[in-house]
Write a protein that binds this ligand. Sequence first.
Ligand code: APR
Length: 304
Amino acid sequence: MKISVIGAGNVGATLAMRIAESDIADVLLVDIVDGLAKGKAIDMSDAAAIVKHERKILGTTNFDDIAGSDIVVMTAGLARKPGMTRDDLIKKNADIIRSVAEKIKVNCPDALVIVVTNPLDVMVYEMLKTTGFDKSRVIGMAGTLDGARFINILSEKTGVPRSKIKTYVLACHGDSMVPLLSKTTIADKKITDVLSEQEINECVDKTKFRGGEVVQYLKTGSAYYSPSAGVLDILVSIKNNDKRTLAVSAFLTGEYGISGICFGVPAVIGSNGIEKIVELTITEQEKTDLLKSAEKTKEMIDSL
Ligand code: APR
């Protein structure tokens, strides 16, 4: 299997390392900055004898090299700079998405595409539109990350191991994300039987702000260890055809009463990409929250 990772910055490079070290595939790192992808690829390859894998990791500035990729992961993009509005960022990153989408269309027309670039749901939509690929083949990574953050925060709060906490975090990747409390269990108990309403609200708010919290500490740059792990989860399910139900941003055609946008929902992920969107039974409040978040996503997409 060959996976191309577009963008050799923090998320892209960390992901390339995870892919090789988990023996998922050979990796091609692509970046517009001359030498960046190549230098990091050589550095990672030099570690292979110690961390013990035989995967090839190559770096390039040439998009033609992505030919033959089974999967392309899009991490390239700009971070928001002082003075830049949210709309400026959307437009700039959408331009980058469009230019990369054209290269994917030409060089690997049969690939699956995973998008990580923010604002996520808008960028997934743009990738889908520009490639013209089937909606099953364009997947946005956010829910696996937001879910892992919520689990970590709940684990710290309760002392229950992370592996014993289950949840889905759906909707737009941002302030309006919706942790599905009705589907959240802690050591097989309902979350509401373990934590008070106030404690739950604190954990939810902390989850929503987690990305911002990391940015505040880092000062330059944003999270990358957990986002790259969020992508790995999807890659593993594709590679092994696990058909696990993961929260991903997918194009909706009426599911959860939402149409025409890319949005975080649970979906069966297998070797064909998004094999089925799963419509869980959720509470009226959760439905309302999803619809509110969908409105915000639609406004962002319309702003393009
Ligand atoms: N083609 C290829 N690479 C590009 C392009 C392009 N058109 N435009 C920018 N890049 C590269 C940059 O040169 C940089 O190396 O994308 C990389 C982005 O890396 P970082 O700035 O380190 O950003 P990172 O932390 O990796 O985040 C990437 O993922 O989680 C999201 O919000 C985050 O949208 C951001 C993306």
